[in-house]
Design a protein around this ligand. Structure first.
Ligand code: GLA
Ligand code: ZN
Length: 704
């Protein structure tokens, strides 16, 4: 019984395994297509994503449509019991369209219109482009919405970028008029345009950010980014209208790009039926210390090995995607079976890593493992990108065998479909906050590091097997015991009140330096930072010291502090000079002219406590603080004392718990199951006591 979420469709109670299939590149060679059909079975693939870049093959000229190849393919898929994830091909426009209607081509920030080429280069406002997309999507819907192979619509591909054409400028101005209640005065105030005499006296004077024009008005930049998300969603809505009309029961998605900065996926997620993302971690990095800049790698991470850090940071994104639709399983829409062609070096996945990385996605809530791409292209920009079927053309390759192993494992995990994870810990990572931090001019020009700091606050939980939800500022906080909100620089209306209510209700909150500096328009807080958070945190941050990269400031635990912290740590880059107003001081600075001032505070608020860390502290400090809070709250990892480099997570359907144990250390590990017993789904045998793990071993255990 899958649950508690239903499967993607009743017709598909299975883990999906497959990926982007582009037969439109091989239509001239029917033998290849026939071979693909056989090889899909050999690779244990039950689904393919088709038509993603097939506009030219589906509509070779404005008045010519050609569906016979797709008809044949979908019929064959259905006959073979496979699923089709059918795409709308809007991501890449055909040359005839780009030439016939110049307005469909994007205009860049410097106001130059693009030529035809590349992909995702269309104007998302252009009525012509929308009409052409609607026409083709309507035909696809008419023809395939009720096809037995169809399991999911895949809208376009990796929406992204922005257009600055006149049509988009007009749409932006309309969007602003709505946001500011048609009041230019309200806009001028929100954007602080009196600065440098930038006051607008007509809506038509407003232009999107450009290196030739405005780049310093932070309110404009923020609103432009909000508009880009809104307009992309608007385009997506236009794309899906004919599909919904044809058969509203077919679920719809569009593939997101992990932590891509350009779109607020928190907003976009509400528009899709299931979220999915394309995951391409750079495994086997040479330099394990880089993600921990400016600090040295702590012993624990040294012992865990470089892949463990990659795994932890990838898990963060997986957890964000699981939370985007409230715990509903998501889809891994793309991953590479071997290498990418765009990372700085295409290092092969070491044997076994592919299974571990694939099951890691499942461990964090994915109900699929899909690839880019099925068959390696013979030419053009991705001819050297990894694929399931290599140019050699047969199944006797190392990569194909690793893919088949994933297929065999997934086939044993159907009962996991629909299950989820309900963490007690949440970490706030918010796109608008990220944009605002990136825009800020000062107090340092490098390493404001919002995302790295979010990762720093996630890793202590990953290494202990403690589940975390990653959510934005709008996410509901009910049910969590511990919420971490590092660098909450921008406070939208209502956010501080919700955090305070969470604490008052018994929750534990952790915030850091650089919180509550600006409002939703990027206007600075008046009357003392952290603004609306000041009462709940019980502090006032008077100044921020921005340090040179090599500078270090000491932090000392206060003797007898209630968290039992002992010792000294280093802080770097940004140190807030804080006054404890109602808060208790748990650690103080130990050097600089602010020695003795608070570095860690705790403030009782209602039934809970709000902690505040005043500086960018070394990972060992964050790790110690998180461990102390877990102990205090009586929260523990899935398995106690996980060896370095091993991850443990649980998905549950409410009745049965599925434990995923994955070894990302480069060497053997033994995991103590702490009295738990179960049945290994991937291997079939009963497990108890100690679990020996080879490098990259991936086990899925149904717990008794
Ligand atoms: C993205 C795209 C794919 C392909 C891969 C290559 O995820 O969606 O079409 O280009 O990257 O890694
Ligand atoms: Zn445009």
């Amino acid at each position: 019984m899958p649950g508690p979420f239903p499967p993607l469709r009743p017709s598909c109670p299975q883990m999906l395994h497959g990926g982007d299939y582009n037969p439109d590149q091989w239509l001239h060679d029917p033998a290849i297509l026939a071979e693909d059909r056989r090889l899909l079975g050999e690779a244990r693939c039950n689904s393919v994503s088709v038509g993603i870049f097939a506009w030219a093959a589906l509509q070779p000229a404005e008045a010519v449509f050609c569906f016979d190849w797709l008809d044949r393919l979908l019929d064959e898929l259905a006959a073979d019991g496979r699923y089709a994830v059918l795409a709308t091909p809007s991501a890449a426009m055909p040359a005839w369209l780009a030439h016939a209607y110049p307005e469909v081509r994007r205009v860049e920030r410097d106001r130059r219109r693009r030529l035809h080429g590349a992909r995702v280069t269309f104007c998302y406002t252009s009525p012509v482009y929308r009409a052409k997309v609607t026409e083709l999507n309507s035909r696809l819907a008419e023809r395939y919405a009720t096809h037995p192979a169809l399991v999911l619509w895949h809208i376009s591909n990796e929406y992204g970028g922005e257009c600055h054409c006149e049509l988009c400028q007009h749409a932006f101005r309309q969007w602003l008029r709505q946001r500011y209640g048609d009041s230019l005065e309200a806009l001028n105030r929100a954007w602080w345009t009196a600065f440098w005499s930038h006051t607008y006296t007509a809506w038509s004077q407003i232009e999107s950010p450009s290196p030739l024009g405005e780049t310093c008005t932070h309110g404009l930049q923020l609103d432009w980014q909000r508009f880009v998300t809104a307009q992309t969603i608007d385009f997506y809505r236009a794309e899906i209208a004919p599909l919904r009309a044809a058969d509203p029961s077919v679920p719809i998605t569009t593939n997101f790009m992990g932590l891509y900065p350009g779109l607020d996926y928190g907003k976009f997620a509400a528009e899709v039926d299931v979220v999915c993302w394309d995951s391409y971690p750079q495994w086997h990095p040479h330099e394990p210390a880089a993600p921990l800049y400016p600090f040295a790698t702590p012993d624990w991470w040294q012992e865990a090995g470089p892949d463990a850090l990659v795994a932890a940071d990838t898990a963060f994104v997986h957890d964000l995607y699981r939370r985007l639709k409230g715990g509903r399983p998501w889809l891994l829409m793309e991953s590479t079976p071997s290498v990418t062609n765009w990372q700085y070096a295409a290092k092969l996945k070491r044997p076994g890593l592919h299974l571990a990385a694939s099951l890691q996605a499942v461990a964090h809530g994915a109900d699929s493992v899909q690839y880019f791409q099925w068959r390696k292209s013979r030419g053009a920009s991705e001819k050297l990108h990894g694929a399931v079927v290599d140019h050699v053309g047969h199944e006797h390759t190392r990569v194909f065998a690793e893919v088949r192993a994933v297929g065999e494992a997934l086939a044993r995990l159907d009962e996991v479909v629909g299950s989820t994870t309900r963490p007690a810990v949440a970490l706030i990572c918010d796109w608008e906050n990220r944009w605002a931090i990136d825009h800020a001019a000062g107090p340092r020009h490098t390493h404001r590091d919002y995302l790295p700091v979010c990762h720093e606050h996630y890793r202590p939980f990953w290494r202990r097997g403690v589940a975390v939800d990653v959510l934005d500022c709008d996410g509901a906080l009910d049910g969590y015991r511990l919420v971490l909100a590092p660098m909450l620089y921008l406070l939208r209306p209502g956010v501080a009140a919700r955090l305070a209510a969470f604490v008052a209700g018994g929750g534990t909150l952790v915030t850091t330096y650089w919180s509550g500096l600006v409002n939703e328009s990027d206007l600075c807080t008046l009357g003392g930072v952290p603004g609306e958070l000041r009462p709940v945190l019980g502090i006032w941050a008077e100044e921020t010291d921005s340090l040179y990269d090599a500078d270090r400031v000491l932090i000392n635990a206060v003797a007898g502090n209630p968290l039992g912290l002992q010792g000294s740590w280093q802080a770097a880059l940004l140190c807030d000079l804080v006054h404890a107003e109602t808060a208790t001081v748990l650690a103080t600075y130990g050097s600089e002219f602010y020695a003795g001032r608070p570095a860690l505070t705790a403030n009782r608020w209602g039934a809970g406590t709000a902690y505040h860390v005043a500086a960018r502290c070394e990972p060992a400090f964050t790790d110690r603080l998180c461990a102390a809070l877990l102990t205090q709250l009586g929260l523990a990892g899935v398995l106690p004392a996980l060896p370095a480099g091993v991850s443990a997570t649980v998905r549950s359907d409410g009745q049965r718990d599925y434990l995923f144990v994955l070894n990302f250390a480069g060497s053997e590990r033994r995991v103590d199951l702490a009295g738990r017993t179960g049945q290994e789904l991937t291997g079939g045998q009963a497990v108890a006591g100690e679990l020996p793990l080879q490098p990259y071993d991936a086990r899925v255990i149904r717990l008794d």
